[in-house]
Design a binder for this molecule. Sequence first.
Ligand code: ATP
Ligand code: MG
Length: 347
Amino acid sequence: MSAPDNGLPANGNGAPRPVAIAVEQIWKRYGDFEAVKDVNFSVSEGEIFGLLGPNGAGKSTLIRMMTTLIPVTAGKAIVAGHDVSKDPDDVRQAIGVIPQALTSDQDLTLEENLSIYAKLYGVPREQRKKNIDAVLEAVDLTEWRDAQTKTLSGGMRRRLEIARGLVHNPRIFFLDEPTTGLDPVSRIAVWEMLNKLKTTRNLTMLLTTHYMDEADKLCDRIAIVDHGKLVALGTPVELKNSVAGANVVEVHFDRDDEAWPARLEAMEGVTSVQPEGAGFYRVITKSGSKTTMQIVELAASLGETLTSLSVQNTTLDDVFIHYTGRQLRDEQVKPVFTMPPRPGARP
Ligand SMILES: Nc1ncnc2c1ncn2[C@@H]1O[C@H](COP(=O)(O)OP(=O)(O)OP(=O)(O)O)[C@@H](O)[C@H]1O
Ligand SMILES: [Mg+2]
């Protein structure tokens, strides 16, 4: 099954939206090591575009090339109409960047941190205060403007970094793992903030993540990267639909019957049936909803009773496994830490 094409999404009247970022056959080599290999994609204006991949996939390397921080080995990246290799200054003026590591100065106040960036980006003095007021408001930190940055929580610090990246009113915003290390509540707060910013500031956003739920909830389109290569690209729905046979229907018949596997296998869209014992079957199907209906109808026509029936829809985890052959590493598969037993404690 091929990945969905990377054609640009159309706007309401069917015309393609202008391109904000175009990456063409881009490569990055460090000596013999190929960190990014022949990657192509484009992001249209107003999109939230996600680069999803495990540690070491090449996400930060891609962002660093698109934001002029490291040279491109081969191929090109056009950002806001400018070639990153030929017109890096024009690119820098058009973009805001939130790097992977937190970089605001802990000993300065929020306003001081923002002011330094505004000056760096050449925001005129009379405009600076207005911009700082606006970005603090946008990330809900107005009341903290004179606090020292070290007094902020992790989530608030991320929001400050988001404000800092916006202080010169960029059109395109690059965020490298904006929520890594945040607690679930702060993560959702950051998602809501980014969604609001996208609309109110008419921003195009490119973010990296290794959280499936983040990519699913936040991104209009997702590119899955693995070992430096782009392995799939599409909207979350397109990606899920591109993985056939990934819906799982679990059914438990009150009365087991050796005819069930054949009956289930004969249903349209069913790709496999796994008997789990005592009338319980796992059915892999291309359409969970259709198969569920057919099972209910068949059971009713035979006068059989269902003890339970559940459908598990395709998730981005299934998509990732399908395209890369394995699960996302790191956070998702970290070993669980267990406390060592106290001396003398019973096992
Ligand atoms: N300066 C460098 N010199 C040599 N190799 C590098 C350099 N920077 C990155 N790499 C390698 O390139 C690969 C991609 O790294 P990159 O930081 O882009 O991954 P990533 O997808 O951002 O991972 P993470 O989720 O851990 O941030 C890794 O194998 C990394 O070790
Ligand atoms: Mg990274």
